[in-house]
Design a protein around this ligand. Structure first.
Ligand SMILES: [Zn+2]
Ligand SMILES: [Zn+2]
Length: 359
């Protein structure tokens, strides 16, 4: 009832309130700040820390993430993470609670209204059950979430003598926005955008989605490498969660930030490009396509070899870093392998221009 009615109640009450009481800057500022706190609590805390363990958080950090996440009114971190892990395990299939192949509205929020016998199944989060802080949030979830979601707006409202206004703006309307932003990760991020990393599921990369989901919009990358603490790989891609986790690591609040190594990432790109070529090749006139296919095959093998070499060089380099034995020759070899890989990769991509005409 709350999920269905809250957007309409907020949309109806806001103009009535503004008409009768007028606006106040603090209402808007508090709503936006608390929206970000809740949204980042889900992204940084529930999603990347608890559901995926993509980095480690100190006690203080985990506590802040649990409190911020609780203000989003999206269930406890344990329940949220259990269903999110099922989403990754069974993406687009039976068992995926927000299966995007069942349509936009199902993935967005209809799934919440249907009976789900697995909602209380916490068997896939034994690590979280062992965390006393997560257990504490699970036990007192409703007390925490209700006291924060009513107490903070009410307290701020009393400060400016507008308790009802603050409850409406920083309470109800802010929760509606937080819900819709998170729901977009399951719906919009599986419908809108490109699939540069994998076509094995419906997840997509889109900067528009990233803007409304606090940086979770690079969802195709996330599904390909769920253990990576980043969703937006490049420094300029809008991913405030990644920036915050990284800055927090400088002061010891977070640690062990997991990054997917470049050769592993590029191997996924190689697979995607190969799939593309295979799909195109199935439409060729057989006599014309044979020679081109051979060239694709040998170019792919070359890229593959260079990627393996690059991964090996990186492993050697890491080991040498640990032992304090990095040599100039080692750095030179790493640079050369990368250069050779880039050259081979460009040649592989260039084959697209020499593709025979389809039958
Ligand atoms: Zn997804
Ligand atoms: Zn995820």
């Amino acid at each position: 009832m709350f999920l269905s009615l809250s957007p309409f109640i907020a949309a109806a009450l806001i103009p009535i309130y503004l008409w009768n009481e007028g606006s106040h800057w603090a209402l808007w500022v508090a709503a936006i700040v608390l929206w970000w706190v809740a949204g980042l609590g889900i992204t940084i805390g529930y999603h990347r820390l608890f559901a995926h363990r993509s980095y480690k958080g100190s006690k203080v950090w985990r506590f802040m993430a649990l409190i911020a996440g609780a203000t989003a009114l999206q269930n406890s971190a344990m329940v949220w993470s259990a269903s999110h892990r099922r989403h990754h395990q069974h993406t687009d299939h039976h068992g995926d609670p927000y299966d995007a192949t069942r349509g936009f509205w199902w993935a967005h929020m209809r799934w919440i209204f249907h009976d789900n016998e697995l909602v209380d199944d916490l068997s896939n989060v034994p690590d979280l059950q062992a965390d006393p802080l997560v257990r504490w949030q699970q036990k007192y979830y409703w007390i925490i979430t209700l006291s924060l979601n009513i107490g903070i707006p009410l307290g701020l409202g009393l400060l400016i003598d507008r308790p009802w206004g603050m409850l409406l703006f920083a309470g109800l309307t802010r929760i509606v926005f937080t819900h819709q932003a998170t729901f977009c990760i399951n719906s919009l991020c599986h419908i809108l955008g490109t699939q540069p990393w994998s076509k094995n599921n419906t997840s997509r990369d889109s900067w528009i989605c990233a803007l409304v989901t606090f940086g979770e919009g690079y969802h195709n990358f996330h599904h390909a490498f769920p253990a990576d603490y980043r969703n937006g790989l490049r420094w300029y891609q809008f991913d405030p969660a990644k920036w915050l986790i990284c800055v927090a690591s400088l002061v010891g609040l977070t640690s062990n930030l997991k990054r997917t190594e470049a050769p592993v990432r590029w191997r996924k790109r190689l697979e995607r490009q190969t799939e593309k070529y295979e799909t195109s090749a199935s439409h060729f006139i057989p006599e014309l396509g044979a020679d081109w296919r051979l060239r694709v095959d040998s170019a792919r093998q070359l890229v593959d070899q260079h990627l393996s070499q690059w991964a090996q060089d990186l492993r050697n380099y890491r080991r040498a870093c640990r032992d304090g034995e990095v040599t100039k020759a080692m750095l030179h070899s790493l640079r050369e392998t990368r250069r050779a890989w880039r050259h081979a990769w460009k040649n592989y991509l260039a084959l697209e221009q020499t593709m025979p005409l389809p039958a």
